[in-house]
Design a protein around this ligand. Structure first.
Ligand code: GDD
Ligand code: MN
Length: 363
């Protein structure tokens, strides 16, 4: 049995054209169609429910409060009954006449069958040059980084054996659009992959949801599966913020000390005040940027943000002490001052990252 997933977001105009044709195409194949809609503002889920009343084999999942193509496909796959799973755009861009071929490829022993734009006989059709270039670059990057054997690992049109999916399910990364790439990475290396050429058409109605955000998520994904295994992305971002935080710290110190000095002289008291101001301004800067960027997924708002800020200050107090202690110890051993300061600051960053990760943003 074939379980076909149609992920949808604002496809209410396309479904009424697509479903009758699909039923016609799948006539000879035992199948179910699962529409996974992310609570589309145009009420695609309602249209799907109405169409489904006349068609026994159509099921609708309306997800509220969640967004994302990959996660919608995973959810559809998880709810499917068929021994063969497939996914297709719900906008008419994927040539549905290929579906029976993808299905029989799996029945004849392939683990995964891809509707491919990049094998002989396939093409991207009438894409503009910008989108075409974007797709080629993304495909090249994916192939360079991920060690998968497929010429179109970014295709949104494919079928696979249900048991392969079930075994991979816990390891999948539900961010973004690259569900096929992620499956290819997660299935056993000896899985047979077959590619069936097709020509990518233009959308019937509406527009693409492949946003800037989705593109950023793709690059983050490639980072996660390579360097990210050793240096987590959040740590890298934390270091970048920390580096700017050091500049903010220095800038604030220079400004504050110039206000506090009387004549040419800066008293010890004035120096301490300037350093304290610099530390606190840097803490506020770091907290703000880490909250909206580094830890954006678990971003704190309102009261939780104030509490998180309190905890962050507490955690940073130790970082500042660690920084101070290490750098003054190294300096006292006779190290060059700059080296001592840099190593001290690095100690502080590692300490602060650990504390923020496990105390302030632990969820
Ligand atoms: N449930 C859900 N949630 N569905 C979504 C979401 C979402 O957040 N975003 C997009 N979809 C649905 C769309 O409604 C459509 O049916 C399908 O997923 C693909 O989205 P499109 O917006 O049509 O993507 P595209 O045509 O620009 O991109 C195509 O090519 C990419 C590679 O070049 C797709 O086939 C992608 O899957 C493919 O990665
Ligand atoms: Mn599309």
């Amino acid at each position: 049995m074939l379980s076909l997933i149609l992920p949808t977001y604002n496809e209410s105009e396309n479904l009424p054209e697509l479903l009758p044709k699909l039923e016609e195409t799948l006539k000879g194949i035992p199948h179910e169609i699962i529409i996974v809609d992310d609570d589309s503002p145009d009420e695609t889920w309602r249209i799907a429910q109405e169409l489904g009343q006349k068609l026994d084999d159509v099921h609708v999942i309306r997800r509220v409060g969640r967004r994302g193509l990959s996660s919608a496909v995973i959810e559809g796959f998880l709810s499917a009954k068929g021994d063969v799973l497939a996914v297709m755009d719900a906008d008419g861009q994927h040539d549905m006449d290929i579906l029976p071929k993808l299905y029989s490829a799996i029945q004849e022993g392939s683990g995964i069958a891809i509707g491919s734009r990049y094998v002989p006989g396939g093409s991207v059709g009438e894409w503009d040059e910008r989108r075409h270039l974007m797709s080629r670059v993304a495909t090249k990057m994916a192939l360079a980084v991920c060690n998968v054997k497929a010429s179109d690992p970014m295709s949104g049109f494919f079928a696979l054996r249900n048991d392969l999916f079930q075994n991979a399910a816990r390891h999948l990364n539900p961010k973004g659009f690259k569900i096929l790439l992620d499956l290819l990475v997660c299935v056993p290396k000896d899985t047979t992959v077959q590619e069936v050429p097709f020509t990518f058409s233009t959308r019937l109605h509406g527009e693409s949801k492949l946003s800037r955000r989705v593109q950023i998520e793709f690059v983050e994904y490639l980072y996660d599966v390579t360097v990210g295994r050793y240096i987590p992305l959040t740590f890298l971002k934390y270091c970048i913020v920390g580096a700017f935080g050091v500049l903010v710290h220095l800038g604030t110190y220079v400004a504050a000390s110039s206000v506090l000095q009387s004549g040419e002289e800066l008293s010890l008291f004035g120096f301490r005040i300037a350093v304290l101001a610099a530390i606190e301004v840097a803490i506020i800067f770091n907290f703000y940027v880490n909250n909206v960027w580094t830890f954006a997924v678990s971003r704190l708002r309102g009261m939780a943000m104030l509490i998180g800020f309190g905890k962050y200050n507490f955690a940073c107090a130790f970082g500042a002490v660690a920084n101070y202690a290490v750098s003054s110890y190294l300096f006292s051993l006779g190290w060059v001052d700059l080296a001592a300061v840099i190593i001290g600051a690095f100690t502080g960053v590692v300490w602060n990252y650990t504390m923020s990760r496990f105390v302030a943003w632990k969820n």
